[in-house]
Design a protein around this ligand. Sequence first.
Ligand code: ZN
Ligand code: ZN
Length: 369
Amino acid sequence: MGVFIDGVDIGVIVAIGIDFALAYGINKMYHRALRAALNIDNVKQYALDKRLHQKLEESPTRSIPYGCVEGIVRPVGATLQSHYKPGTEGVMQHSSMVEHKSRRLQGFWSDVKNVIIDKLEVIPFYLVPHGESTYPTKVMVTEPNSAYNIEQELLVTHENFIQPQTDIIKKGMELISGEVHKGLQETEKMLIVGTQLMAIGRLVKEGDDIKMKPPSDDYKYIISRKTKDELVRLLQNRAWIYKIVARVLGVAGFTLICFWVYRVYRKVRKVNEIEKMKKQIQQQRDREEQRRARTAYRSDSNRTSVISEESQDWDNRQCVVCLNNQREVVLLNCGHVCVCGDCAFALPEPKKCPVCRERVEKFVTTYTP
Ligand code: ZN
Ligand code: ZN
């Protein structure tokens, strides 16, 4: 078996394994995205009014495992203030400062990002009904930072790229040292008070308050400026892409398996052919042995002439490689009969005719009656 499995085989087997593991993982992601789309499509939307209180009170756990509400963002207490836009108040604030550099590595310049500040501040907030100044029913959204893709829902309130003030001398020094400062990227993103949001998660009544909390692991916690339909479509499209990728990987894996099976089949066939040829050469040698024994017996009376005749014959029929065995095979396609069976097998790969150096496609045993 050691002859059959070589480095290429191991590579192919490893590739098949990785391919199917990936296909399995992506197929799982496909099902998860599809299930999430279906869950969101089927989720019930509750208006922010007295009926939501009643509904929660009727439930023995005073909760709805997966429900949807829509409303306007209102702070619970003090708000987060924008550091750049005066008067802009929010309930989530993501500030970041990233240093951009060019660095020379092994003669090549590549861009490097260095995060200096990456701060996310979150305060709980209410979702309240539209266009009302007093709102008896409001939902407190907790842990908004654990919602799915929440970063996309934040609005950019500040973006600035600060270029360093460098003179020519400093620039030259930087070029020599292999590290050039390109500048600082400042970004501030916020979830602003007054934004209309949709929230999908677990609704719980605690005391007089209704809270929105992350649902169980089977469901996605959603806080989004998108509508329900837009979200469903987004997840469906994502599921569709996963499905295509999983299919392509599956086909690739199957192709690799076919390729490997074909390789093994070819190797087995080659080994069988060699075995068959070795057997033929052995038979030929046995026959030759018998023929010479007969000749020797018949020409016992005229011994000298036979020996000289045979030794000349022997010279012509000697293998040009080992100069010992008889020539036993025809090399194709050149057609030279110049080597014995042992030497034909022992020719280094790719096999070449020792007389004319033409490539040996195959060789067959000669047969002299
Ligand atoms: Zn030989
Ligand atoms: Zn030849």
